[in-house]
Design a protein around this ligand. Sequence first.
Ligand code: ADP
Ligand code: MG
Length: 621
Amino acid sequence: MTTNVETFQFQAEARQVLDLMIHSLYTNKDIFLRELISNASDALDRIRFEALSRPDLIGADEKLEIWLESDPKERTLTISDNGIGMSREEVVANIGTIAKSGTREMMQALREKHESSETLTTLIGQFGVGFYSAFMVADRVTLVTRRAGEDRAIQWESAGDGTFTITDSSKFSRGTSITLHLKKFEEDAEIEDFTNKWTIEQIVKRYSDFVAYPVIFKDKEGKEADKTLNSMKPIWTRPRSEVTDEEYKEFYKHISHDWNEPMETWSFRAEGRSEYQALLFVPSEAPFDLFYATGKFGLHLFVRRVLIMERCEELLPPYLRFIRGVVDSADLPLNVSRQRLQEDRHIAQIRKWLTKKVLDSLEEMQRKEAEKYVTLWKQFGRVLKEGAGFDFDNKDKLVPLFLFESSNDPEKLTSLKDYAGRMKSDQTAIYYLTGPSRRAVEHSPHLEAFREKGFEVLYMVDPVDEMFVQWQTEFDGKPMKSIAKGTADLGDEKSVEEKKPEFEKLTEALQKKLDDRVKEVRLSARLTSSPACLVVSEHDVSPNLEKILSQMKGEAAKQKRILELNPNHELIAKMRNHVDDAALDDLAEVLYGYAVLAEGSELQDPLKFNQALVRVLAKTV
Ligand code: ADP
Ligand code: MG
């Protein structure tokens, strides 16, 4: 028999991850076992699923199991399963050469967050490189696998040194067997002896008790009977009062591949005509791919405790995609297909029910645990806001959950309801200002008169807010109004109207000078201390949205704006003396540039502005 040995280089990022594992100072090295058992369990789920359509893949009375076997003398620990196994191509693709989608992002995040063992473990989990954790405890790893339906077995081996080999191998039965050649055991080191049966049993109980397949310890010497180490009870079928927080956390880590603990755990049960259960989790941190088109989301779907699909996206609307968990339904057929799911009325029913449950739970959290809710909002608020444009049935439940920054208290977020409660008696609208950042919005001249009057203004600085304010034109009967659009209806229009004749010549002259960029020059009722600002008409897009859209199209923003002048400002008053002389050219340029910068936008022609500014300064010095 030819063995056909081939040596491969680890793909660059995979190699970096591996190096981190090998040199990791992380003390909970025992999680390697959880990762390998979790992979074995995934592989068993897959064979069980494939066998639904190809029953020949599994022997008639074959049991799906995970075995652990240790050899203290040789210092090896072997984890085996009779799951789906891997073909030669799959081994190469899944373990080693081709960067997994998240690896590059993980290395990036790691560099940004400054490598610490804590962020390392968090990231490793988030980016799904669980297999490599074997190298935290082993200096050599040998994997032998045979894919279901194939008669050829493959051996993969690496000492974590940048290369791995792939060899043909002989393996009698389907599945995967991973042998860890454990690092030297030192009594005083923090690392435990992973060949010790008692140690192994503790680790399995701690991390993998809920795994749905028996994890069996095989006694090498045959002195004792093989022992099943885990209880295997599907956690969502047990009453909440009987499950410990620890068990919920471990289960969450298992299904989400997240090494962090969940922020929140919810268990729901529907009984009656249809029967389904759900165990849902809110992660404590948003995953890196939450806003990527390639991000994969969805809940685990079980039918009578058999896993049907790992990422069933149809069970929750896209704006709740950050939620992880499982749904178990008694009504669906076991062989339900992905295509059929979308039309399935049971799925639609579950989705409706779950959405309501989640929104109710969020509402309750907002009411009873405000601080925790704010933490959740900071991670996932941007996703939730998307819902306002899509889920019209639940909009009334959803929008009150939204929080915004506001001029009321710079440290605190506010809901629209709380804002409405603080509205002044002469205030007719809910005011907001959109912009690229909190700093730009907070210092915008548009706020001045509103601040003076004590009218609160919401700072909308998320890109999605630009969409939100188009979907949400009123709340609780009160119109939502941008303070940078149209005229400021603050009740001072009369005094502005009266001043108009005095400034007519100036506004006309400025209009001429700035005609290429400005469609109107007029007096303003919204300024108190600034000389000028730019606004758009009621139905024009905001400068912030214009910028977002033009960036997407790769073009420069070109919408003409309205320049508003503060008639009470010394500069504007004095500019009237220059309407006929050449000095107005530079003054107009500087004033316009000032207004652009003040709202947080960028100058289209900084050179022109700078030259005008220097000439104005030279005259005054
Ligand atoms: P993840 O489990 O998050 O995908 P891992 O690094 O733990 O990442 O595993 C990488 C891949 O290797 C898995 O997605 C799977 O395709 C494959 N794999 C690992 N262990 C096994 C196994 N015991 N049986 C079959 N495939 C496996
Ligand atoms: Mg894994």
